[in-house]
Design a protein around this ligand. Sequence first.
Ligand code: ZN
Length: 554
Amino acid sequence: MSKPKTSAKKKGAAAPKRDNFNSLTWHKLRDSAGNVCSFPGCHVHTHGASSDGEGTVGIGVACHIKAAAPGGPRYDERQTKDQRKHSDNGIWMCQTHSKLIDADDSAFEVETLRQWKRDAEARSNSLLNQKSFTEKEVKVAAEQGSVDLLHRFVNRANDPLETPVAEIVKGYESNLENLDSRFTVEVNKSGNHYTHVIQAAQDKVSIDLVLQNLDKLDDFWASQKAFVEEGRELRIPGKHFELKGSKLFDAIQQKANGVGQGVLTIGGVKKPIAANLYIRTDGGSEVFIESFTCYYTSGTMRTVFEGSALEGFIAIKAHCSHEGQDHQFDLSFNVEPWKGKNILELPRFARLLKAAQLMDKGRLVFELEVGSNAAAFDSKSSMSSDEFHAQLQWVILYLDVARKIAEQCDKPVLLHELDFDYQLYKELKKYVKLLAGPIHTQQTPGFVCSGVLNEYEPGAMERAQSRGCSSQIKLAQEDSLVFGLFGTVIRAPRREYIYTGVETLYFSDIEERGEPRVEIHATPETSVVVQLQPSEAWTVLDDWDGSELPAVID
Ligand SMILES: [Zn+2]
């Protein structure tokens, strides 16, 4: 060990001293990578017999993650010699890829290489005790139709449809077809799943579906009825059915049951259909709200339509009996899908509001476009229709008031919490009226308020009375309204009341002339203007600090 050190010194300072891996570490790196290059997707085997069979050939390299010497890629001067030489600092590569990561200007970062290393180790571990095949062997297997071998190859790769052998999928498909030539098989990849589309290749293909122990399945008979009568999806877990009469289905079921995930799904082919939602009044006027897509399934008894409009806000379910009776139409609304949205950006809100304003005299109607005809379902036919419309109307009107307030606020109001507070709604409606401008009202004659003049200047009272003024008085709310609107805390400007034409009565104690009291009375001539204090704004408070009380409502 000491000899190479001296020889390195002799070569001079130009060649920096390298902290190389020792033989033990080198072997450890090779074995934990499974003697395969760790570069993603490379998978090249790095050792084998030489072509003459006389010796072995190795093309593997133990590379440093953080460089072995100063100036190398990813060199870390804080590393000790031992850390630099440790197997933790190494990664196993083929010749080609070792050059790529060992280049002085290598762009690969330490964490990238560590990830490759972890992946390679996981892969090598998963291949332990597995058979290995060359690409050539797999191609031959595909041609010969060796399902068994192909299966093993498919299981071995992380993603069978991205294996280097394109033929494998075709071969796999045709081999499944060979199991039962009455069917065609197509394999499709979608995300990390691959699906087998199996279709009958001839007119009459029968296989037996044997169902067992169905009584142990919750709701099976109800689901079965829905399947027959309405074409709804019917799901039967693997333990409860057997498909008899086809080797293909035998194979599929065996495989599915092997992983304990077999579920037979029958029917449930949902077909899309264009639908419109609008409101129609008894007087015949209509407000269109939205066009959307509905889905339907059909069985022996009736057709079932399901869909949702306004990004999930309104859900529609309709039954349509084939015999012409027993139509049922249910609407429901749910604010949940709108959660997180800015309340000023709710879908089609303007139209929804228009509809809500007509809801006292009208009903929601949902129309299906069947060919060139339109089949309309009037929600009047639904059971709790009135209740539904009243609720929906209130929620929309509430949102409308909230939106008018949000327009005034300095920050966006998002639909965080779904709370609708009727008391707050009534109070906010008063504020919304004032947003349009001051409101003039009358006041019943009589006492309005009283107070103490605490900044009293001797003689001022007399002067005021002699001028006959002070017939106008401004009163402001003592506290601002602080309230939560869908999880955002807002402070409203204070309301102020300006009384004109009031009568002012001054009192003063003979003994305490310094503190005269004043009483304001309204007369038949008194008029009142209510307005929001012009100097105050609608403010979104970042925190509810508790010092200001929430919504004080009288
Ligand atoms: Zn490689």
